[in-house]
Design a protein around this ligand. Sequence first.
Ligand code: 5GP
Ligand code: MG
Length: 181
Amino acid sequence: MEELIHIKDKSFVPYISEQEIMDRVASLGAQLNQEYADKSPLMIVVLNGAFVFAADLARELTVNPEIQFIRISTYGDSMTSSKDAQLLLGLEVETEGKDVIIIEDIVETGFTVQYLIDNIRSHNPSSIKLVTLLFKPEKFEGGHKPDFVGFEIPSDFVVGYGLDYAQQGRELKALYQLKAD
Ligand code: 5GP
Ligand code: MG
């Protein structure tokens, strides 16, 4: 049975199950453990949306990561991307000489994360890689392409597993896709 989710004026249909997400997160973790085998990377988690993904991913890691959080604003409560990124919760994190792994929930145009990458790069990290649970390649406008992707998805709006619609739906264990009217 397809279980519809209702948030405010919208309905969402099941899209990627909890089990599929768990399996994919485990394999992303294994990839990162290989990539950073002899390093102790700095995970920078982009709030709010990436908090669930980051919590699950971090617990797959055996490479003793340092974990820090940052917040960028762009999206408001709407469902369209904005080109103006703004650092809200600043980068008090020391990134010089570190192997930085940025943890995002979703990359669409790429503007939000590019803003963060430019900011971090100016602080001379040893390396920067981008991990995102979801990537919408159709809308990507260039810049740093995600190095590790959980799922490539079409442009439709999704919620759940940390991602919100108007600040709701983040607690859902699976991912849901906006139902066409
Ligand atoms: P970008 O700057 O890459 O265009 O936008 C990325 C940001 O847009 C994400 O961090 C997220 O806040 C928001 N976003 C893009 N697509 C979706 C989506 O399908 N669902 C949700 N909840 N947020 C999205
Ligand atoms: Mg985000």
